[in-house]
Design a protein around this ligand. Structure first.
Ligand SMILES: N[C@@H](CCC(=O)N[C@@H](CS)C(=O)NCC(=O)O)C(=O)O
Length: 214
């Protein structure tokens, strides 16, 4: 069965899927969609992804969008190794951590949002960076406090095995590093990040390794 991933090297949501696919040892053919060249907004790409965003996964005959929904899909269809806990409280916790990143941090710093504050409010490069760094500090600060308060983390966000939460965390940290965000205040997140980066699926799929990286 064919499996096609539409991806952009710097896209953190694409990176989430690259990690999940490699972690589950699922082969895929990458199709590179350049966000700077606006390839995601072309009619031909929009015919595949109505929203005009990456990532898009075509798994056999099924076309799938939204990275967290796709990770849950992959986990149901290809259960080993699991990325979602079996226990109901664990699942709620892993989804909560994932959604702090996927719903409360990432959308505020997405390319189209950064471009919009520039075109509508005249933010220059420096002001855009301040905006980005503000939402990272707010988001990762809250996430660090949440992990610290629940004490559900171990080597990874939930216990000692990789879950969807780690797959959301690592790309967000990589992006924050690229924007020069101070990250010293997040010792729990940093330790989990380092442990994840020692795992092949996280390391070999990072933006700098991708064929479309520049
Ligand atoms: N919630 C979506 C977000 C998808 C998304 O916004 N992707 C970004 C790249 S990380 C994108 O395509 N941005 C293009 C733009 O903002 O114009 C998901 O998790 O898949």
């Amino acid at each position: 069965m064919s499996r096609d991933l539409y991806t952009f090297f710097r896209s953190s949501t694409s990176y989430r899927l690259r990690i999940a696919l490699v972690y589950k040892r699922l082969d895929y053919a990458p199709h590179y969609v350049s966000l700077p060249k606006m390839e995601h907004r072309t009619p031909s790409y929009r015919a595949l992804h109505a929203q005009g965003l990456v990532p898009l996964l075509v798994d056999g005959s099924r076309s799938l969008i939204q990275s967290m929904a796709i990770i849950e899909y992959l986990d149901e269809v290809y259960p080993e190794p699991p990325l979602i806990p079996k226990d109901v409280h664990g699942r709620a916790y892993v989804r909560a951590v994932s959604q702090i990143i996927g719903c409360d941090i990432h959308p505020l710093n997405n390319v189209r949002v950064l471009k919009r504050i520039q075109t509508q409010f005249g933010a220059d490069e420096a002001a855009t960076k301040v905006w980005y760094q503000h939402w990272i500090a707010e988001g990762l600060g809250g996430l660090e406090a949440y992990l610290d308060s629940t004490r559900a983390f171990g080597r990874f966000c939930y216990g000692d095995t990789v879950t969807m939460a780690d797959i959301c965390l690592v790309p967000q940290i990589v992006n924050a590093q690229r924007f020069g965000c101070p990250l010293d205040d997040y010792p729990i997140l940093n330790a989990i990040f380092e442990r994840c980066m020692a795992i092949e699926a996280f390391r070999t799929t990072q933006p700098s390794t991708q064929a479309d990286a520049f």
